[in-house]
Design a protein around this ligand. Structure first.
Ligand code: ASP
Ligand code: MG
Length: 423
């Protein structure tokens, strides 16, 4: 017998018919002897509908007072879905009880619309589980020290589920969603992309651009920190498939030591089209120069990703970095108005049409020559690399956006990800 947390997204909860299916699936797990906690999202479209109503009355204001009320409103979506699921489970003859975040309680800070979970009291839930009930807890929300209802940010139910699983020391947290797992890359770009059986927390975080379509990335950070094995699996399989088959489907996101070494050196190819490159040319090369360029950028709350400084000639150097594409114009403006005059740089230039392509894999720690294989594959395709950055388990290159798909395909092939893995 294990303690298992299931999380169901909005699509799975999209109609009473689908909720009945969720209930049948959960009841199957409970009848197999597991203690079950379920964390559902609001019915699909419901959170948007609720926030849309608020927007009709207050189109743009973002005062703390308004944000408090937005959370008050948005949190009700999940309150409806937990109640419906409890009724459906009871209809299956399975004792069940639903709670909102504040009833558990799930304590958070007071950052309305993006609150962080601080503590979960597990007493009430444990008592219900001991009494043989399925416990259903609203995703996406909690309560602050002043008893204001808070929400965790869009997509926050994933984080709720993981946090509940961590608090209860659950054996596994299963995230049922409309994709059937994490892939070696986006199957829309590479037809041969394969579902990974396992991936480490660290790799999953590095693959954020692929992973964020599957899970709220904050939930993966949380799962890694509190060591909760997470499984992403399809909610479209028939509810009555054998439980052993279901329990081993999808992708298990887990500890590095449990990721089978059957896996290739590189686990996946991630990419990101949201960045833009900015260069300062002819910057006097002296101590403090990086700070005098990036200090004002940070102060303006602009996130910087890849950073490169060249060797200098005649006391001058070139300095390049990438920012989110939405911040491109603002960053150029800022550099021109305040950084150039202060540093005496000769010129600001930039390119918003770049992309970042990364190879990710814990195998990179113990293998040499992985990055050079990457560079060779890109060179074979005639793709020019503009910037390179590496970490222990990832190498990223910045290239012209128009070569993105070509690069992803070439790398997927070069690292043998097109081949089915041995199981
Ligand atoms: N219902 C919330 C949203 O739509 C939370 C979630 O689904 O995870 O963002
Ligand atoms: Mg979601």
């Amino acid at each position: 017998m294990a303690l298992i947390v299931h999380k169901y997204g909005g699509t799975s909860m999209g109609s009473t018919e689908r909720i009945r299916n969720v209930a049948k699936r959960v009841a199957k797990w409970a009848r197999a002897g597991h203690q079950m906690v379920v964390v559902p999202s609001a019915m699909s479209g419901e959170t948007n509908r609720l926030l849309g109503l608020a927007k009709e009355l207050a189109p743009s204001s973002t005062t703390p007072e308004l944000q408090r009320e937005l959370d008050m409103i948005a949190a009700t979506g999940e309150q409806v879905s937990v109640g419906l699921l409890a009724i459906a489970l009871q209809g299956e003859g399975m004792p069940a009880v639903s709670y909102t975040g504040w009833q558990v309680p799930i304590d958070t800070d007071s950052a309305f619309t993006k609150a962080r979970i601080q503590r979960i009291d597990d007493q009430r839930v444990r008592a219900d589980l001991a009494a043989g009930k399925v416990v259903i807890i609203t995703g996406f929300q909690g309560v602050d020290a002043e008893r204001n209802i808070t929400t965790l940010g869009r997509g926050g139910s994933d984080t709720s589920a993981v946090a509940v699983a961590a608090a209860l020391k659950a054996d596994e947290c299963l995230i049922y969603t409309d994709v059937d797992g994490v892939y070696t890359t986006d199957p829309r770009i590479v037809e041969q992309a394969r579902r990974l059986h396992t991936i480490s927390f660290e790799e999953m975080l590095e693959m954020a651009s692929l992973g964020s379509k599957v899970l709220q990335i904050r939930s993966v950070e949380f799962a890694g920190k509190y060591r909760v094995p997470l499984r992403v699996l399809s909610s479209f399989t028939p509810w009555d498939i054998p439980i052993e088959e279901e329990a081993s489907s999808g992708t298990l996101i887990t500890f590095e030591e449990d990721v089978k070494m059957e896996q290739a050196v590189v686990s996946g190819i991630a990419f990101n089209r949201d960045e833009a490159k900015i260069s300062l040319l002819g910057v006097p090369d002296r101590p403090g120069i990086a700070f005098s360029i990036l200090g004002p950028v940070a102060e303006a709350n602009i996130d910087v990703d890849v950073i490169i400084q060249n060797v200098s000639h005649d006391g001058k150097t070139d300095f390049s970095f990438t920012v989110h594409r939405n911040d491109y114009a603002r960053t150029i403006e800022l550099l021109k108005s305040s950084v150039v005059p202060k540093t005496g740089a000769a010129e600001v230039s930039g390119d918003p049409k770049i992309c970042k392509v990364s190879i990710v894999g814990i195998g990179m720690r113990s293998h040499v020559g992985v990055a050079s294989r990457m560079f060779q594959a890109l060179s074979d395709e005639g793709i020019n690399i503009q910037m390179i950055t590496t970490s222990e388990i990832k190498t990223s290159v910045v290239i012209d956006e128009k070569y993105m798909e070509l690069a992803v395909r070439a790398l997927h092939k070069a690292f043998d990800l097109d081949q089915p893995a041995a199981v």
